[in-house]
Design a protein around this ligand. Structure first.
Ligand code: CP3
Length: 355
Protein backbone atom coordinates (compact mmCIF):
# COMPACT_ATOMS: atom_id res chain seq x y z
CA UNK A 1 0.00 0.00 0.00
CA UNK A 2 1.36 3.42 -0.90
CA UNK A 3 1.85 5.53 2.16
CA UNK A 4 0.05 8.85 1.82
CA UNK A 5 0.98 11.71 4.13
CA UNK A 6 -2.62 12.91 3.97
CA UNK A 7 -5.31 10.35 3.10
CA UNK A 8 -8.26 12.19 4.65
CA UNK A 9 -9.94 12.51 1.24
CA UNK A 10 -9.79 8.75 0.50
CA UNK A 11 -10.90 7.88 4.03
CA UNK A 12 -13.89 10.25 3.92
CA UNK A 13 -14.94 8.76 0.56
CA UNK A 14 -15.09 5.35 2.23
CA UNK A 15 -16.77 6.86 5.34
CA UNK A 16 -13.85 5.90 7.57
CA UNK A 17 -12.98 8.15 10.56
CA UNK A 18 -10.97 11.33 9.85
CA UNK A 19 -9.60 14.14 12.02
CA UNK A 20 -11.15 16.93 9.92
CA UNK A 21 -13.36 17.22 6.84
CA UNK A 22 -11.26 17.07 3.65
CA UNK A 23 -11.68 19.72 0.95
CA UNK A 24 -10.73 20.20 -2.69
CA UNK A 25 -12.31 22.54 -5.25
CA UNK A 26 -13.72 21.64 -8.63
CA UNK A 27 -11.57 23.33 -11.30
CA UNK A 28 -9.03 24.22 -8.61
CA UNK A 29 -6.32 24.68 -11.26
CA UNK A 30 -7.33 27.53 -13.52
CA UNK A 31 -7.49 31.14 -14.57
CA UNK A 32 -8.22 32.66 -11.15
CA UNK A 33 -4.53 31.88 -10.40
CA UNK A 34 -2.00 34.28 -12.00
CA UNK A 35 0.59 31.48 -12.06
CA UNK A 36 -1.85 29.36 -14.11
CA UNK A 37 -2.18 32.12 -16.69
CA UNK A 38 1.61 32.39 -16.90
CA UNK A 39 2.08 28.63 -17.46
CA UNK A 40 -0.74 28.55 -20.00
CA UNK A 41 0.89 31.42 -21.91
CA UNK A 42 4.09 29.37 -21.96
CA UNK A 43 2.25 26.35 -23.39
CA UNK A 44 0.35 28.39 -26.02
CA UNK A 45 -3.19 27.08 -26.21
CA UNK A 46 -5.15 25.08 -23.66
CA UNK A 47 -4.82 21.67 -25.35
CA UNK A 48 -1.04 22.12 -25.67
CA UNK A 49 -0.99 22.64 -21.91
CA UNK A 50 -2.94 19.39 -21.45
CA UNK A 51 -0.59 17.54 -23.83
CA UNK A 52 2.58 18.63 -22.03
CA UNK A 53 2.93 16.32 -19.00
CA UNK A 54 5.44 18.53 -17.16
CA UNK A 55 3.34 21.70 -17.58
CA UNK A 56 0.09 19.85 -16.80
CA UNK A 57 1.80 18.64 -13.63
CA UNK A 58 2.93 22.18 -12.79
CA UNK A 59 -0.61 23.61 -13.01
CA UNK A 60 -2.03 20.63 -11.06
CA UNK A 61 0.32 21.47 -8.18
CA UNK A 62 -0.15 25.27 -8.23
CA UNK A 63 -3.33 25.42 -6.09
CA UNK A 64 -1.76 22.97 -3.59
CA UNK A 65 1.13 25.37 -3.00
CA UNK A 66 -1.28 28.16 -2.04
CA UNK A 67 -3.94 26.23 -0.12
CA UNK A 68 -3.95 23.17 2.15
CA UNK A 69 -6.12 21.13 -0.19
CA UNK A 70 -6.62 17.46 0.61
CA UNK A 71 -6.50 16.20 -2.98
CA UNK A 72 -4.98 17.04 -6.35
CA UNK A 73 -7.00 16.66 -9.55
CA UNK A 74 -5.37 15.73 -12.83
CA UNK A 75 -5.08 18.76 -15.08
CA UNK A 76 -6.85 17.82 -18.29
CA UNK A 77 -10.33 18.18 -19.74
CA UNK A 78 -13.40 16.02 -20.26
CA UNK A 79 -13.24 16.74 -24.02
CA UNK A 80 -10.02 14.73 -24.53
CA UNK A 81 -12.13 11.67 -25.48
CA UNK A 82 -14.12 13.33 -28.32
CA UNK A 83 -10.87 14.95 -29.46
CA UNK A 84 -9.21 11.51 -29.59
CA UNK A 85 -12.23 10.27 -31.59
CA UNK A 86 -11.22 12.73 -34.32
CA UNK A 87 -13.76 15.53 -33.84
CA UNK A 88 -11.14 18.30 -34.08
CA UNK A 89 -11.34 20.12 -30.74
CA UNK A 90 -10.22 23.73 -30.43
CA UNK A 91 -10.54 26.42 -27.79
CA UNK A 92 -10.65 29.91 -29.32
CA UNK A 93 -9.29 32.79 -27.21
CA UNK A 94 -11.93 33.71 -24.63
CA UNK A 95 -14.41 31.21 -26.08
CA UNK A 96 -15.67 27.80 -25.10
CA UNK A 97 -14.76 24.55 -26.85
CA UNK A 98 -15.55 23.98 -30.54
CA UNK A 99 -15.57 20.82 -32.66
CA UNK A 100 -14.69 21.04 -36.35
CA UNK A 101 -16.61 17.79 -37.05
CA UNK A 102 -19.70 17.57 -34.83
CA UNK A 103 -21.61 14.29 -34.72
CA UNK A 104 -24.61 14.98 -36.97
CA UNK A 105 -25.55 11.72 -38.68
CA UNK A 106 -25.78 7.96 -38.36
CA UNK A 107 -22.63 7.64 -40.41
CA UNK A 108 -20.77 10.00 -38.07
CA UNK A 109 -21.77 7.85 -35.06
CA UNK A 110 -20.82 4.61 -36.83
CA UNK A 111 -17.43 5.96 -37.85
CA UNK A 112 -16.42 7.03 -34.33
CA UNK A 113 -13.47 4.98 -33.10
CA UNK A 114 -13.03 3.92 -29.47
CA UNK A 115 -9.76 5.58 -28.47
CA UNK A 116 -6.93 3.49 -27.05
CA UNK A 117 -5.97 5.23 -23.77
CA UNK A 118 -2.30 4.29 -24.11
CA UNK A 119 -2.19 5.54 -27.71
CA UNK A 120 -4.26 8.62 -28.67
CA UNK A 121 -4.75 9.51 -25.00
CA UNK A 122 -1.29 8.54 -23.79
CA UNK A 123 -0.53 12.19 -22.99
CA UNK A 124 -3.18 12.03 -20.25
CA UNK A 125 -1.65 8.88 -18.75
CA UNK A 126 1.79 10.48 -18.93
CA UNK A 127 0.46 13.47 -17.01
CA UNK A 128 -0.98 11.12 -14.35
CA UNK A 129 2.40 9.38 -13.98
CA UNK A 130 4.37 12.64 -13.73
CA UNK A 131 1.90 14.17 -11.25
CA UNK A 132 2.04 11.07 -9.02
CA UNK A 133 5.83 11.24 -9.04
CA UNK A 134 5.86 14.94 -8.16
CA UNK A 135 3.14 14.70 -5.49
CA UNK A 136 5.51 12.43 -3.56
CA UNK A 137 2.60 10.96 -1.60
CA UNK A 138 1.51 14.29 -0.10
CA UNK A 139 -2.18 13.94 -1.10
CA UNK A 140 -4.11 11.58 -3.39
CA UNK A 141 -4.57 12.26 -7.12
CA UNK A 142 -8.08 12.31 -8.60
CA UNK A 143 -8.58 11.17 -12.19
CA UNK A 144 -11.75 12.06 -14.08
CA UNK A 145 -13.93 11.81 -17.14
CA UNK A 146 -17.10 13.38 -18.44
CA UNK A 147 -20.25 11.25 -18.39
CA UNK A 148 -21.33 9.83 -21.76
CA UNK A 149 -24.37 12.16 -21.84
CA UNK A 150 -22.33 15.28 -21.03
CA UNK A 151 -19.69 14.36 -23.65
CA UNK A 152 -22.44 13.68 -26.20
CA UNK A 153 -23.94 17.17 -25.65
CA UNK A 154 -20.65 18.80 -26.76
CA UNK A 155 -20.16 16.34 -29.64
CA UNK A 156 -23.65 16.76 -31.10
CA UNK A 157 -24.02 20.50 -30.43
CA UNK A 158 -20.47 21.13 -31.75
CA UNK A 159 -19.50 22.98 -28.55
CA UNK A 160 -21.15 24.53 -25.51
CA UNK A 161 -24.90 25.08 -25.61
CA UNK A 162 -27.62 26.79 -23.62
CA UNK A 163 -30.67 25.11 -25.11
CA UNK A 164 -29.34 21.68 -26.19
CA UNK A 165 -31.68 21.68 -29.19
CA UNK A 166 -29.58 19.43 -31.46
CA UNK A 167 -29.01 16.67 -28.95
CA UNK A 168 -32.60 16.83 -27.70
CA UNK A 169 -33.79 16.60 -31.28
CA UNK A 170 -31.68 13.45 -31.64
CA UNK A 171 -32.99 12.13 -28.31
CA UNK A 172 -36.65 12.48 -29.28
CA UNK A 173 -36.44 11.77 -33.02
CA UNK A 174 -33.62 9.20 -33.25
CA UNK A 175 -33.23 7.70 -29.76
CA UNK A 176 -31.51 4.57 -31.11
CA UNK A 177 -28.82 6.67 -32.70
CA UNK A 178 -28.18 8.54 -29.45
CA UNK A 179 -28.00 5.21 -27.58
CA UNK A 180 -25.40 4.00 -30.09
CA UNK A 181 -23.34 7.11 -29.43
CA UNK A 182 -23.72 6.80 -25.65
CA UNK A 183 -22.71 3.11 -25.81
CA UNK A 184 -19.50 3.99 -27.62
CA UNK A 185 -18.80 6.75 -25.14
CA UNK A 186 -19.43 4.50 -22.13
CA UNK A 187 -17.00 1.95 -23.53
CA UNK A 188 -14.42 4.68 -24.17
CA UNK A 189 -14.84 6.12 -20.65
CA UNK A 190 -14.40 2.67 -19.03
CA UNK A 191 -11.10 2.14 -20.88
CA UNK A 192 -10.01 5.73 -20.17
CA UNK A 193 -10.72 5.68 -16.42
CA UNK A 194 -9.24 2.20 -15.95
CA UNK A 195 -6.08 3.41 -17.70
CA UNK A 196 -5.96 6.47 -15.42
CA UNK A 197 -6.30 4.18 -12.39
CA UNK A 198 -3.53 1.93 -13.69
CA UNK A 199 -1.33 4.97 -14.32
CA UNK A 200 -1.78 6.07 -10.68
CA UNK A 201 -5.08 7.93 -10.10
CA UNK A 202 -6.14 7.07 -6.55
CA UNK A 203 -9.81 8.07 -6.94
CA UNK A 204 -11.94 8.91 -9.97
CA UNK A 205 -14.82 11.26 -10.57
CA UNK A 206 -17.39 11.39 -13.38
CA UNK A 207 -18.63 14.87 -14.28
CA UNK A 208 -22.22 14.82 -15.53
CA UNK A 209 -22.43 18.56 -15.88
CA UNK A 210 -25.50 18.52 -18.12
CA UNK A 211 -27.52 15.59 -16.70
CA UNK A 212 -29.79 18.16 -15.05
CA UNK A 213 -31.19 19.39 -18.37
CA UNK A 214 -32.87 16.03 -18.98
CA UNK A 215 -36.42 15.07 -18.08
CA UNK A 216 -36.66 12.66 -15.15
CA UNK A 217 -37.28 9.55 -17.25
CA UNK A 218 -34.74 10.62 -19.86
CA UNK A 219 -32.09 11.18 -17.15
CA UNK A 220 -32.27 7.51 -16.16
CA UNK A 221 -32.25 6.19 -19.75
CA UNK A 222 -29.75 8.56 -21.36
CA UNK A 223 -27.40 9.50 -18.55
CA UNK A 224 -27.60 7.43 -15.37
CA UNK A 225 -27.81 4.05 -17.12
CA UNK A 226 -24.45 4.68 -18.78
CA UNK A 227 -22.75 5.95 -15.61
CA UNK A 228 -24.05 2.82 -13.87
CA UNK A 229 -22.40 0.69 -16.54
CA UNK A 230 -19.13 2.58 -16.12
CA UNK A 231 -19.14 2.19 -12.32
CA UNK A 232 -19.77 -1.56 -12.73
CA UNK A 233 -16.77 -1.92 -15.04
CA UNK A 234 -14.09 0.06 -13.24
CA UNK A 235 -11.11 -1.62 -11.60
CA UNK A 236 -11.67 -0.28 -8.13
CA UNK A 237 -8.50 -1.32 -6.43
CA UNK A 238 -4.90 -0.39 -7.05
CA UNK A 239 -1.67 -0.39 -5.05
CA UNK A 240 -3.49 -2.30 -2.28
CA UNK A 241 -6.12 0.42 -1.76
CA UNK A 242 -9.70 0.91 -2.86
CA UNK A 243 -10.12 3.43 -5.69
CA UNK A 244 -13.35 5.29 -4.84
CA UNK A 245 -15.68 6.61 -7.52
CA UNK A 246 -17.66 9.87 -7.25
CA UNK A 247 -20.62 10.66 -9.51
CA UNK A 248 -21.60 14.31 -9.92
CA UNK A 249 -24.74 15.30 -11.79
CA UNK A 250 -25.23 19.05 -11.73
CA UNK A 251 -28.94 19.63 -11.12
CA UNK A 252 -29.30 16.00 -10.04
CA UNK A 253 -30.92 16.72 -6.65
CA UNK A 254 -34.13 14.94 -7.62
CA UNK A 255 -32.35 11.68 -8.37
CA UNK A 256 -29.99 11.23 -5.43
CA UNK A 257 -31.32 7.80 -4.41
CA UNK A 258 -30.93 6.49 -7.96
CA UNK A 259 -27.42 7.93 -8.30
CA UNK A 260 -26.38 6.39 -4.96
CA UNK A 261 -27.78 3.02 -6.08
CA UNK A 262 -25.29 2.75 -8.98
CA UNK A 263 -22.65 1.37 -6.63
CA UNK A 264 -20.58 4.55 -6.59
CA UNK A 265 -18.77 5.50 -3.36
CA UNK A 266 -19.78 9.16 -3.30
CA UNK A 267 -22.34 11.52 -4.79
CA UNK A 268 -21.38 15.07 -5.73
CA UNK A 269 -23.98 17.73 -4.92
CA UNK A 270 -24.54 21.20 -6.28
CA UNK A 271 -25.68 24.01 -3.97
CA UNK A 272 -29.41 23.61 -4.65
CA UNK A 273 -29.56 20.61 -2.29
CA UNK A 274 -29.47 20.71 1.51
CA UNK A 275 -26.74 18.36 2.77
CA UNK A 276 -28.74 17.25 5.79
CA UNK A 277 -31.66 16.27 3.57
CA UNK A 278 -29.30 14.52 1.13
CA UNK A 279 -27.74 12.67 4.06
CA UNK A 280 -31.17 11.61 5.28
CA UNK A 281 -32.01 10.33 1.81
CA UNK A 282 -28.75 8.53 0.95
CA UNK A 283 -26.03 9.38 3.46
CA UNK A 284 -25.62 5.98 5.07
CA UNK A 285 -24.94 4.30 1.74
CA UNK A 286 -22.40 6.63 0.18
CA UNK A 287 -20.25 9.66 0.98
CA UNK A 288 -21.38 13.15 -0.04
CA UNK A 289 -19.28 15.79 -1.79
CA UNK A 290 -20.21 19.45 -1.85
CA UNK A 291 -21.81 21.87 -1.84
CA UNK A 292 -20.87 25.55 -1.50
CA UNK A 293 -22.18 27.89 -4.20
CA UNK A 294 -18.95 28.86 -6.05
CA UNK A 295 -20.14 32.48 -6.01
CA UNK A 296 -19.72 32.59 -2.22
CA UNK A 297 -16.00 33.01 -3.00
CA UNK A 298 -16.86 36.59 -4.03
CA UNK A 299 -18.07 37.32 -0.46
CA UNK A 300 -16.25 38.73 2.57
CA UNK A 301 -14.11 36.43 4.78
CA UNK A 302 -16.82 36.56 7.48
CA UNK A 303 -19.51 35.52 5.03
CA UNK A 304 -17.39 32.67 3.63
CA UNK A 305 -16.74 31.35 7.16
CA UNK A 306 -20.43 31.59 8.04
CA UNK A 307 -21.37 29.54 4.94
CA UNK A 308 -18.73 26.93 5.81
CA UNK A 309 -20.19 26.58 9.32
CA UNK A 310 -23.70 26.12 7.89
CA UNK A 311 -22.64 23.40 5.46
CA UNK A 312 -20.60 21.54 8.11
CA UNK A 313 -23.55 21.70 10.46
CA UNK A 314 -25.93 20.51 7.72
CA UNK A 315 -23.79 17.37 7.32
CA UNK A 316 -23.32 17.03 11.08
CA UNK A 317 -21.23 14.51 13.03
CA UNK A 318 -18.96 11.89 11.55
CA UNK A 319 -17.11 10.99 8.38
CA UNK A 320 -18.48 10.71 4.85
CA UNK A 321 -18.36 14.37 3.81
CA UNK A 322 -15.89 15.82 1.33
CA UNK A 323 -16.21 19.59 1.29
CA UNK A 324 -16.24 21.10 -2.22
CA UNK A 325 -17.87 23.76 -4.32
CA UNK A 326 -21.17 22.83 -5.97
CA UNK A 327 -19.54 23.46 -9.37
CA UNK A 328 -16.26 24.83 -10.78
CA UNK A 329 -14.55 27.86 -9.26
CA UNK A 330 -15.14 31.14 -11.15
CA UNK A 331 -12.19 32.63 -12.98
CA UNK A 332 -12.37 36.05 -11.29
CA UNK A 333 -12.52 35.12 -7.59
CA UNK A 334 -9.92 36.89 -5.42
CA UNK A 335 -6.98 34.49 -4.90
CA UNK A 336 -6.96 35.00 -1.13
CA UNK A 337 -10.54 33.72 -0.72
CA UNK A 338 -9.96 30.00 -1.34
CA UNK A 339 -7.47 30.10 1.57
CA UNK A 340 -10.17 31.48 3.87
CA UNK A 341 -12.45 28.68 2.72
CA UNK A 342 -9.96 25.80 3.03
CA UNK A 343 -8.67 26.88 6.44
CA UNK A 344 -12.20 27.43 7.76
CA UNK A 345 -13.29 23.93 6.66
CA UNK A 346 -10.35 22.37 8.49
CA UNK A 347 -10.70 24.52 11.59
CA UNK A 348 -14.46 24.31 12.09
CA UNK A 349 -14.84 20.66 11.12
CA UNK A 350 -12.65 19.26 13.91
CA UNK A 351 -15.59 19.42 16.33
CA UNK A 352 -17.58 17.07 14.08
CA UNK A 353 -14.93 14.34 14.15
CA UNK A 354 -14.33 13.75 17.85
CA UNK A 355 -14.80 10.08 18.72
O1 CP3 B 1 -10.48 20.73 -11.71
C1 CP3 B 1 -9.34 20.92 -12.19
O2 CP3 B 1 -8.57 21.78 -11.73
C2 CP3 B 1 -8.86 20.03 -13.31
C3 CP3 B 1 -9.05 20.48 -14.62
C4 CP3 B 1 -10.38 20.49 -15.34
C5 CP3 B 1 -10.60 21.34 -16.45
N1 CP3 B 1 -11.79 21.02 -17.01
C6 CP3 B 1 -9.64 22.34 -16.92
C7 CP3 B 1 -10.10 23.43 -17.83
C8 CP3 B 1 -11.53 19.70 -15.19
C9 CP3 B 1 -11.87 18.67 -14.12
C10 CP3 B 1 -12.41 20.05 -16.27
C11 CP3 B 1 -13.72 19.39 -16.51
C12 CP3 B 1 -14.62 19.95 -17.51
N2 CP3 B 1 -14.32 20.47 -18.73
C13 CP3 B 1 -16.04 19.92 -17.40
C14 CP3 B 1 -16.81 19.29 -16.27
C15 CP3 B 1 -16.81 20.12 -15.05
C16 CP3 B 1 -17.57 21.39 -15.15
O3 CP3 B 1 -16.96 22.43 -14.89
O4 CP3 B 1 -18.77 21.35 -15.45
C17 CP3 B 1 -16.56 20.51 -18.56
C18 CP3 B 1 -18.03 20.72 -18.87
C19 CP3 B 1 -15.48 20.84 -19.42
C20 CP3 B 1 -15.54 21.40 -20.78
C21 CP3 B 1 -14.83 22.68 -20.90
N3 CP3 B 1 -13.47 22.85 -20.79
C22 CP3 B 1 -15.39 23.95 -21.14
C23 CP3 B 1 -16.88 24.23 -21.33
C24 CP3 B 1 -14.33 24.86 -21.17
C25 CP3 B 1 -14.39 26.33 -21.50
C26 CP3 B 1 -15.01 27.08 -20.39
C27 CP3 B 1 -14.02 28.00 -19.77
O5 CP3 B 1 -13.98 28.05 -18.53
O6 CP3 B 1 -13.31 28.68 -20.53
C28 CP3 B 1 -13.13 24.17 -20.90
C29 CP3 B 1 -11.78 24.72 -20.82
C30 CP3 B 1 -11.03 24.49 -19.55
N4 CP3 B 1 -10.90 23.29 -18.93
C31 CP3 B 1 -10.28 25.46 -18.84
C32 CP3 B 1 -9.68 24.78 -17.75
C33 CP3 B 1 -8.75 25.35 -16.73
C34 CP3 B 1 -10.11 26.90 -19.23
C35 CP3 B 1 -9.15 26.94 -20.38
C36 CP3 B 1 -8.24 28.12 -20.40
O7 CP3 B 1 -7.19 28.09 -19.73
O8 CP3 B 1 -8.56 29.05 -21.14
Amino acid sequence: MTVLKNDRYLKALLREPVDMTPIWMMRQAGRYLPEYKATRALAGDFMSLCRNAELACEVTLQPLRRYELDAAILFSDILTIPDAMGLGLSFGAGEGPKFAYPVDSQRAVQNLPIPDPEDELQYVMNAVRVIRRELKGDVPLIGFSGSPWTLATYMVEGGSSKSFTKIKKMLYSEPHLLHQLLDKLAESVILYLNAQIKAGSQAVMIFDTWGGVLGHREYKDFSLQYMHKIVANLVRENEGRKVPVTLFTKGGGGWLEAIAATGCDAVGLDWTVNLSEAKRRIGNKVALQGNLDPSVLYASPEYIKMEVKKILSDFGQGSGHIFNLGHGIHQDVPVQNPKILVDAVHQYSKAYHQQ
